[in-house]
Design a protein around this ligand. Structure first.
Ligand code: ASP
Ligand code: MG
Length: 407
């Protein structure tokens, strides 16, 4: 069971979560619960570091940020004790979560779960501080923002849990963001692949890496509400018996920017050089499109996180000496809207319908990017909400989700 920051924000909420955990234990299950830092704690810790230093040392950032989860965990153990349960809290390090040495964005390498197993065998409820571990060189590490989801999934895999329940402030994964589309409905079931595309395309319900981990290790996820008893969204491996929705949901993001490098020579190595420069600056490039070339030159467009725009432009600027190009332009007013559905693979006409819908709204498409189960368009940021609503309507996602919930 994993509980996010809003679910443990104050004393009443901690007691509420403790009752939830106790209920699961009383029904006969062994329970490992992972908790996030309370409310805005992690943001406040980041701000505290910035107040002291402009470039805080990453090792010390991890020492600092890992405390937020540790607080939640200890408080939860106390609340469980008051309910008459044996409970023990553990830091990531004590839980045997071994990571690489990349401070503030470490990756889990292995989990030595014997200490947790012993505590479970002794009848305790086990509480683990989310989003942290210990590196191969024995320093405390954190897994990157939102990393508690990954802790939970990794522990579920290591302990061979029946299910990994992610408790949060929404009741599940929706067909679209309900703040934009009031008719959005909760999806009863999604495949790992669909959730991966949703998370990568802007759905904030689960951290992308946790979904990757769940897919790679076959961990079934259940995203559900901390505050209400109802069933949430099950995320599982695709089976042949599963009825695949052509379109399951719509995700969007408005925190990206577009860069176009125009007039680059159309010859081997040019794209490699640009992408290497961006990678060396630690910039994650998302959509990349190269035009058909004319007269031996071509244009290369890409999207990057909005926060990385200046860094990316700087890196490309550095190339000006060695790479000859005509110009660089940037657009920080873009957004992306994505349709996701496992049934897209075998159904023609989805892209046509998507583009017709956007055309009818007078929305211009700047870039298009697809995978077998996803279609993404880059459009003007101000048109995202309209696009989401029009597509939700055109693909009739509300009744489709309702129909699937009844099956
Ligand atoms: N507390 C960390 C964060 O806010 C990790 C998490 O919540 O999953 O990013
Ligand atoms: Mg959080």
């Amino acid at each position: 069971m994993k509980f996010g920051g809003t679910s443990v924000a104050d004393a009443d909420k901690i007691r509420n979560v403790a009752r939830r955990i106790a209920g699961a234990r009383e029904s006969g299950d062994n329970v490992v619960a992972v908790v996030s830092a309370r409310g805005k704690t992690t943001d406040q810790l980041v701000a505290a570091a910035r107040e002291i230093s402009e470039r805080p040392d990453p090792r010390e950032m991890d020492m600092l940020l890992s405390t937020g989860e540790r607080i939640s965990c200890a408080l939860m153990a106390m609340a469980l004790h008051d309910l008459g349960h044996g409970a023990e809290s553990f830091t990531g390090s004590q839980a045997g979560i071994l990571t690489d040495t990349a401070h503030t964005r470490a990756k889990i390498l292995d989990i030595k779960a014997d200490r947790l197993r012993a505590a479970l065998d002794a009848g305790s409820i086990v509480l683990v501080a989310g989003f942290q571990g210990v590196s191969t060189d024995r320093n405390v590490t954190t897994l990157g923002r939102g990393g508690s989801d990954t802790t939970a999934v990794a522990l579920a895999a290591a302990l061979d849990a029946d299910v990994c329940e992610i408790y949060t402030d929404v009741t599940g994964v929706f067909t679209a963001d309900p703040r934009i589309e009031p008719g959005a409905r909760k999806l009863p079931l999604l495949t790992h692949e669909e959730m991966l595309e949703m998370a990568a395309s802007g759905s904030r319900v689960l951290a992308l890496r946790s979904v990757e981990f769940a897919r790679n290790h076959g961990v079934e996820l259940h995203v559900r509400s901390s505050f209400r008893e109802e069933e949430g969204t099950i995320i599982t491996q695709e089976t042949t018996a599963m009825e695949k929705a052509i379109v399951s949901g719509i995700a969007h993001r408005s925190d990206e920017a577009k860069i176009t490098v125009s007039g680059v020579r159309d010859q081997p190595g040019v794209a490699a050089e640009i992408m290497t420069a961006l990678a060396d600056s630690g910039i994650n490039v998302d959509t990349i499109i190269q035009n058909v070339s004319a007269d031996g030159v071509t244009d290369l467009s890409m999207t990057v996180p909005l926060d990385d725009l200046q860094g990316a432009l700087g890196a490309i600027d550095q190339l000006a000496g060695q790479l000859d190009y005509q110009g660089v332009s940037a657009d920080d007013q873009i957004g992306k809207v994505t349709l996701v559905g496992a049934g897209m693979k075998s159904n023609p006409g989805i892209a046509a319908k998507m583009f017709r819908t956007l055309a009818a709204e007078g929305i211009n498409i700047q870039m298009i990017d697809t995978s077998t189960i996803r279609i993404t368009v880059v459009i003007d940021r101000r048109e995202i909400e309209r696009a989401v609503r029009a597509l939700h309507d055109a693909f009739d996602l509300a009744s489709e989700a309702a129909r699937r919930a009844d099956v």
